[in-house]
Write a protein that binds this ligand. Structure first.
Ligand code: PSV
Ligand code: MN
Length: 392
């Protein structure tokens, strides 16, 4: 086995979680476009996600968003998903769409609003027991728009208290991941703006609490792979929300805007023990997509996304780490940079096509989807009813 083959051998460990909301309609605050074939129910979203997994072998689980994906019987939903060959993954809470949360949720100074937000999370944990989900993902829209609008320290203290109560409700195998975002919908301050705040809050909670890094939630120019390295070093990187951005939180296809950044991130993930299995144990870092397909078709948009992650993971696996360390130790700046870039510039697409075929998958999943007739079928079958939308 040559070095390329043995490095790429680890590719089988790659598993990417897809978000149910990527299959629904989405848009901007200006317009949400409807599209033929869009799911009307969570079952139809799961069926679309299962198609992505069937053609790529990369997306074995689907994340749900509550209440968007609320059903009466979660055990039945789990069985339905299993029947299609996928599992139910992360449960995302939602405290950003009810009028009550206008001034905050887990940080609110209004005790009944804060109670409502905590109870919503406890309900999410109950759902996780029925779905078999491991992670509760919390992203808060909490923040203020104007200096002086509220007591930012008091809000931080209430956040800590609320999180403690939610954390206490977790089962032994369950985890809480706290996502940070530096702006939007609040524009002056947000209550969990950065990895430092998420780290401090999750550290105070305990070993079942981790940070979620959404690649679209940083100021332009931020060195995201540095944050990845640091959180792995501290043992607090729980999950990713992958997407790409040109300007703000654009939620575009991961790897579309800056494949080199995705490569650099995957390099740190692999190096820091955040990839796949080491000594038979899962790394504990969940790779999830958090994207919206406003203009492009949604299912091929998701297929392209998981393939992009696979491609950059393959390139990152090809970094000659021994040669890189040697060049680094020797202080040979250009040699080290050259070794790093050699891996990035390697065209792994033919190898990946072979890799897929050897596993009974289509060599070209995008083409296989086009040829499958699935889109035509759902366009016809899903006439009528209320199409699922991002909800805003
Ligand atoms: C917020 O921008 C966010 O990244 C959170 O993960 C939400 O749950 C998700 O987007 C909704 O699309
Ligand atoms: Mn996110």
């Amino acid at each position: 086995m040559n070095t390329t083959e043995s490095a790429l051998g680890r590719l089988g460990e790659l598993a990417i979680e897809v978000p149910s909301w990527a299959y629904g309609n989405s848009g901007t605050r200006f317009k949400v476009f409807g599209t033929p074939g869009t799911p009307r129910t969570v079952q139809e979203k799961i069926a679309d996600a299962a198609k992505v997994h069937e053609l790529t072998g990369l997306a074995p689980t689907v994340a749900l968003h509550i209440p968007w994906d609320k059903v009466d019987d979660y055990a039945a939903l789990r069985e339905y998903a299993a029947g299609l060959g996928v599992g139910l993954g992360t449960i995302n809470s939602n405290t950003f769409q009810d009028d009550e949360y206008k001034f905050g949720s887990l940080t609110s100074s209004n005790e009944s609003v804060r109670r409502r937000a905590i109870d919503h999370h406890l309900e999410c944990i109950d759902i996780m027991h029925a779905t078999g989900s491991k992670d509760l993902k919390i992203w808060l829209a909490d923040g203020t728009n104007y200096p002086g609008q509220d007591d930012i320290r008091g809000r931080q203290d209430r956040l800590a208290e609320s999180l403690q109560e939610i954390y206490a409700g977790l089962g032994d195998e369950q985890r809480l991941v706290l996502e940070y975002k530096f702006f939007e919908p609040a524009f002056y301050h947000t209550d969990v703006p950065d990895w430092g705040t998420s780290y401090a809050q999750t550290l105070a909670l305990g070993e079942k609490a981790f940070v979620c890094l959404d690649t679209g939630h940083h100021a332009p120019g931020t060195n995201i792979e540095f944050i990845v390295m640091q959180l792995l070093r501290l043992g607090k990187l729980g999950s990713f929300d992958f997407n790409s951005r040109f300007y703000a939180d654009d939620d575009l296809i991961v790897g579309a805007a800056d494949p080199f950044q995705l490569f650099r991130i995957m390099h740190e993930v692999i190096r820091g023990g955040g990839f796949g299995k080491s000594s038979g144990k899962e790394s504990g870092v969940a790779l999830m997509l958090d994207q919206c397909h406003n203009l492009e078709e949604k299912i091929p948009g998701q297929i392209r996304s998981v393939l992009n992650v696979q491609e950059m993971t393959a390139r990152a696996l090809l970094v000659d780490t021994a040669a890189l360390s040697e060049a680094q130790r020797a202080g040979d700046v250009l040699a080290a940079n050259g070794i790093f870039n050699d891996a990035f510039y390697t065209d792994v697409r033919p190898l990946l096509a072979e890799w897929r075929e050897s596993r009974g998958l289509p060599a070209d999943p995008m083409a296989a989807y086009k040829a499958s007739g699935y889109q035509k079928k759902i366009n016809e079958d899903r006439a009528g009813g209320q199409q699922a939308g991002w909800g805003a």
